[in-house]
Design a protein around this ligand. Structure first.
Ligand SMILES: NC(=O)C1=CN([C@@H]2O[C@H](COP(=O)(O)OP(=O)(O)OC[C@H]3O[C@@H](n4cnc5c(N)ncnc54)[C@H](OP(=O)(O)O)[C@@H]3O)[C@@H](O)[C@H]2O)C=CC1
Ligand SMILES: CC(=O)N[C@@H](CCC(=O)OP(=O)(O)O)C(=O)O
Length: 341
């Protein structure tokens, strides 16, 4: 593909937190171009995205327009790639229609992440639509495309942090041991819609979804082993800090761990191996995942930080699209044009 060729894109859910980040990234991208930004049909009229996000005034005057299905033929004519930053059920309904119209779909929701339909039903409470082709699970640093995949499932935010830290190390863990993932997320992880438990006066550091969160089966699928997962909601806007504990196999030491991480990520600039435990502020507003580790006897401790809306959502989706179209993975991401939310 010639570097000059522009690839027209649309973002669904662009009025939401991960959608607006994606719209802003695409607006600044050298190859992808944002042709349409859609909200739900509940909004009455089209208006500049900067009406909702005044931070973008003078920087991005993209029109945000309500999605209506009669726009599909026009969309299919004008764009090649669609990003869905929608509730899981809305993605499940829309994605098959978009694929049938010949579009390539990067879905940020959980609608297509789980390979096993029964596990999906029990995690999400609705049937996963049946598709002709298997949907790749796009943990970006571990994903290669043939270029004819019509739909890519972008991983969840917590499973991105856990998967990037644990995947390279799975052969070094004690057989049958169960890694433990404790993670704290900022409130933007819950999206923009109002809810009592995420309102300002209610949020106070607290565990939730203990052993029942839908990201537990996603993490287990990603690392190929059971995992204990406890998410926490923190009283800050964005970022995920995950602390992961795992039992090491006999003979594994910190050099073995360092070698495995370095070998895996040597050519992946968006994963940084760091010498001190990462702070959220070093990743917030960036597309990076920072990984630190320490060995205590036979226990491995990992500390991992990402921005839930970027590496955990919008930036990873764009990284996958870069890879899909043969661009370098960090195109349009490094240096990051900065966060909106
Ligand atoms: N927030 C995060 O950190 C992460 C989110 N995700 C996933 O990304 C997706 C979006 O999340 P997030 O940005 O937080 O969500 P938000 O609640 O912030 O935004 C949801 C968006 O979807 C639109 N929408 C809702 N229902 C429909 C519908 N039926 N048809 C068309 N558009 C609709 C909304 O439009 P309107 O404004 O008009 O209501 C809004 O633009 C979710 O699947 C989420 O699980 C993934 C990783 C991380
Ligand atoms: C803080 C918070 O509420 N986080 C969300 C997870 C982020 C998200 O939107 O879920 P996906 O990554 O699966 O798309 C939650 O626990 O449901």
């Amino acid at each position: 593909m010639s570097k000059q060729e522009t690839i027209q894109c649309a973002v669904f859910g662009a009025s939401g937190y991960s959608g607006v980040e994606l719209a802003w990234l695409l607006h600044n991208h050298p190859v992808f171009s944002l042709t349409y930004a859609f909200s739900s049909s509940a909004r009455e009229k089209a208006e500049p995205i900067s009406v909702l996000y005044p931070q973008l005034a003078g920087r991005c005057e993209q029109l945000l327009q309500p999605w209506h299905s009669d726009l599909l033929p026009q969309l299919a004519q004008q764009v090649r790639v669609v990003f869905l930053a929608l509730p899981h059920e809305a993605s499940a309904e829309l994605a098959p229609q978009l694929i049938a119209a010949g579009l390539v779909v990067f879905d940020l929701s959980g609608a297509f992440r789980l390979g096993d339909p029964k596990t999906h039903l029990s995690a999400y409470g609705f049937q996963q639509p049946k598709l002709a082709k298997k949907v790749p699970y796009g943990l970006a640093e571990f994903t290669q495309f043939s270029g004819d995949e019509p739909l890519i499932a972008v991983p969840g935010c917590y499973p991105t942090a856990a998967g990037l830290a644990l995947r390279p190390l799975m052969p070094l863990l004690a057989p049958h041991s169960t890694p433990i993932v404790n993670a704290v997320s900022g409130v933007s992880g819950a999206g923009r819609k109002a809810a009592l438990n995420t309102s300002f006066c209610e949020v106070s550091l607290q565990a939730y979804g203990v052993a029942t969160h839908r990201h537990q089966p996603e993490m287990a699928q990603s690392i190929g082993r059971d995992v204990v997962f406890v998410p926490h909601l923190g009283n800050f806007k964005r970022g995920i800090l995950a602390t992961i504990y795992a039992e090491l196999a006999e003979g594994v030491n910190e050099h073995t761990i360092a070698d495995a991480l370095e070998a895996t990520y040597a050519n992946h600039p968006l994963v940084r191996l760091v010498a001190t435990p990462p702070k959220l502020q070093q990743v917030v507003g960036t597309p990076y995942c920072d990984i630190y580790f320490k060995v205590h006897g036979s226990q491995l401790i990992l500390s991992v930080a990402i921005d839930n809306l970027l590496k955990g959502a919008a930036a990873q989706a764009l990284q996958l699209a870069n890879q899909y179209y043969g661009l370098t993975s960090a195109t349009g991401l490094q240096p990051s044009p900065g966060a909106v939310v």
